[in-house]
Design a protein around this ligand. Structure first.
Ligand code: SAM
Length: 322
């Protein structure tokens, strides 16, 4: 198995840490505080997300997997043979396994910033599917992707499940779809999982599970921030807040401060939190088939086919470069 580690040199690792640290400080010192959702995924965060996927209230993963299982033959037929399948933000590579056996791509390229977790999953996958070239890439999903030279001429298809596209606002989603179009080029495609608009009660419950796993996942971002910043932000002074904003068609996740508190970072920056102040941690935009296909069309991607469950909760959609 080929493994591309983007950051092997110690100096580069150090520089990357400084960049991440600065990104966190910028967000936490902003007038309206925020943390980029990519910081959710340290090792604990990745494990908590796996638990979220098992929760009864969290329908997206369950329904998406059932759609992939039910329609794997149709999906393999429309995606075609001998393709290079690229999965940005692959996580535990669980979903792709519903289609790998039937699709039999020439090469599968999972990309994730959580390097150890990714390589561990990729190694297991290579043992399970020895007939597929697994080429794991530890990098930011927006970075340029180098296709292995042996597969440069094969058709490329991006697999982007989990409604991760919904974590971008519509302008960012459009930019990402353009990035996908440039990556796959003429003849290429995109198989994407998109969560659909529905009643507020169902959405609110999905992000406020009764076992509090989503709350732990949201709060853990501060543990990760503390590790990167060398800080001691008191996590017990924050509360998980998640709700569906019907006007904007998005779930909003925040961490709300229960009191006033302050921290010094490297004796240079001071982080101040007031009571009830919120740190925004994630959006999850919900679409209709029409609203998402219109967005994709603006990026030069044309809807070929989509699959949806009987209750119209979630969709898997296939686009080709137009
Ligand atoms: C919500 S999980 C989704 C995993 C998988 N795609 C699924 O649907 O089950 C998001 C994954 O994306 C990764 N991720 C988040 N931001 C990223 C970024 N900017 N670049 C690469 N990977 C990223 C995380 O490490 C995590 O494994």
């Amino acid at each position: 198995m080929n493994q591309v580690l983007a950051t092997t040199e110690l100096n580069t690792v150090f520089e990357e840490c400084l960049i991440l640290k600065q990104e966190l400080i910028d967000g936490l010192c902003a007038k309206e505080k925020y943390i980029n959702p990519k910081f959710f995924y340290d090792e604990v965060g990745s494990q908590l997300f796996e638990q979220i996927m098992q929760l009864p209230e969290y329908y997206p993963s369950r329904i998406e997997m059932s759609l992939l299982e039910k329609y794997k033959h149709e999906i393999a037929e429309v995606l075609g043979e001998n393709i290079v399948l690229i999965e940005p933000g692959a996580g535990n590579c669980e979903k792709v396994q519903y289609i790998l056996q039937t699709l039999k791509p020439k090469c599968y390229m999972p990309i994730d910033i959580s390097a150890d977790f990714l390589f561990d999953c990729a190694r297991k996958l290579q043992n399970k599917y020895p007939f597929i070239n697994i080429h794991a890439v530890a990098d930011d999903m927006k970075a340029k992707v180098e296709i292995p030279s042996a597969f440069k001429n094969n058709e490329k298809i991006v697999f982007y499940p989990g409604s991760t596209i919904g974590n971008y606002n519509p302008n960012e989603a459009l930019a990402f779809l353009k990035h996908v179009k440039d990556l796959v080029g003429k003849g290429g495609g995109l198989l994407v999982g998109v969560d659909l608009q529905k009643e507020k009660e169902v959405l609110d419950a999905a992000y406020n599970d009764k076992h509090g796993i989503t709350a732990l996942f949201n709060l853990n971002v501060l543990n990760h921030a503390n590790k990167l910043l060398g800080s001691d932000i008191d996590i017990d002074l924050f509360e998980h807040v998640a709700f569906y904003n019907e006007e904007q068609c998005r779930i909003e996740m925040h961490l709300e401060s229960k009191a006033e508190h302050k921290y010094n970072i490297d004796n240079v920056s001071q982080l101040c939190f007031s009571e009830f102040e919120r740190i925004h941690t994630e959006y999850s935009y919900k679409y209709t088939i029409e609203s998402f296909s219109e967005l994709a069309e603006q990026a030069g991607l044309k809807l070929e086919k989509y699959w949806i469950d009987d209750d119209k909760l979630f969709s898997v959609q296939y686009y080709k470069v137009s």
